[in-house]
Design a protein around this ligand. Structure first.
Ligand code: ATP
Length: 364
């Protein structure tokens, strides 16, 4: 397996900039997810790595080779698409060994690699069947097997689970992860599904509007989003983001709420905020509803999520930007229309400058 390095890689289609210059190093054996809404440039980025799309600027290295102008076939990578792209007239076995036959591998190598892949994916019973007789999940397993069989330097996967139903997606997610771990396979995986990205990625590259917004572990993008876009996009619901005014250690929030900023943040706010306006952010699980919390609002709706209630609390009447979503413990008794009090775990609170949309960082 190999490291993949993108240096100032960009893509223009005529006047249209589909991917702004980006730097990214995917370490040997790492599972990196390109995540973002439709049209943000993730597929184009993957296609540039594969060689299916030519770059309009920058360099791509795979291992110690500059492959920027190599054909896809000369990059030693395997591509797994959403559509299974199996040969319908061949059996599963023939489909899987096809790439090795194309490389003129010996019979002994073919048998050894076939057995390895069949054992890993547990698809022995499928070998004599034709793709037309397989379920969607099995087709995707076979497509994965065909990608695995020739031990490429890296795997590129474009929404490989997009066509499967939700239950099965979870099973296949776990299988792809298992394969990744077993093969120590450098993998670049495209999805628009943030849950999938969080579950699978060693690191996530969050993209929007052709720009990389943040590169980080699932933990980093969830707890320390670098800007408002990432804060909103990651999580379901996204981070609660309340607009306020910062003055002398206190954030003044809608509905006559006040939040006393923890001491350790004050120097960072003084140094990094460009004006008095501020956005206070916190995840639903960072808020605890109790009788004494200093923040308050009216319970607007409450949905049972099984293990907990998601309470929607309006800090101010007729202000949709002042509705927060917080987790109430199971059986927590609030009726719609009640006033709920809550407090925030200080270490889980984040701040953003609404003018440049960037997060305020404690380091500086
Ligand atoms: P999706 O999840 O919908 O595939 P994406 O993030 O993968 O979205 P891309 O497919 O990379 O997005 O497309 C990025 C932008 O580039 C889009 O606006 C798309 O319309 C545009 N684009 C992609 N391919 C071409 C092309 N061959 N010619 C012109 N524009 C293109």
């Amino acid at each position: 397996m190999a490291q993949i390095e993108l240096k100032q890689v960009e893509k223009r289609f005529g006047e249209f900039q589909a991917v702004q210059p980006m730097d990214l190093t995917i370490k040997d054996g790492e599972f990196v997810v390109l995540l973002g809404p439709s049209g943000c440039g993730k597929t184009t980025t993957l296609r540039m790595i594969s060689g299916l799309e030519a770059v309009t600027g920058g360099k791509i290295h795979i291992g110690d080779q500059d492959v920027t102008w190599h054909n896809p076939d000369d990059r030693d990578i395997a591509f797994v698409f959403q559509l299974y792209a199996l040969y319908p007239h061949m059996t599963v076995e023939q489909n899987i060994i096809y790439p090795l036959q194309a490389q003129k591998a010996s019979k002994e190598v073919i048998q050894r690699r076939l057995k390895h892949v069949v054992d890993l994916l547990q698809i022995k019973q499928l070998l004599p069947l034709k793709p037309g007789n397989l379920s969607g999940g099995d087709k995707q397993r076979v497509a994965l097997g065909r990608a695995l069989v020739r031990k490429p330097s890296a795997f590129l996967m474009d929404e490989p689970l997009g066509a499967l139903d939700a239950d099965f997606r979870e099973t296949m997610r776990a299988e792809i992860k298992k394969v990744h771990i077993a093969e120590e396979a450098t993998t670049v995986y495209v999805t628009h599904d943030q849950v999938e990205a969080m579950a699978m990625g060693d690191r996530i590259v969050v993209m929007s509007d052709a720009v990389v917004q943040q590169v980080g572990t699932p933990h980093e993008v969830y707890y320390n989003p670098s800007n408002l876009f990432v804060a909103r996009f990651i999580g379901s619901p996204g981070m609660n983001l309340l607009e306020g005014v910062y003055n002398d250690g206190v954030v003044h929030l809608p509905g006559e709420n006040h939040y006393a900023v923890p001491q350790e943040w004050r120097a960072a706010l003084a140094g990094q905020l460009s004006g008095e306006e501020i956005v206070l952010g916190f995840r639903p699980e960072a808020a605890h509803a109790n009788g004494t919390g200093k923040l308050h609002g009216e319970v607007y709706a409450s949905d049972l999520h099984g293990a907990f209630n998601m309470m929607h609390i309006a800090l101010e009447e007729e202000n949709v930007d002042a509705i927060v979503h917080i987790r109430g413990e199971r059986g927590y008794g609030h009726e719609i229309g009640d006033t709920a009090h809550f407090e925030l775990e200080p270490e889980m609170v984040r701040f953003f400058d609404p003018h440049n949309e960037q997060s305020i960082t404690l380091e500086g």
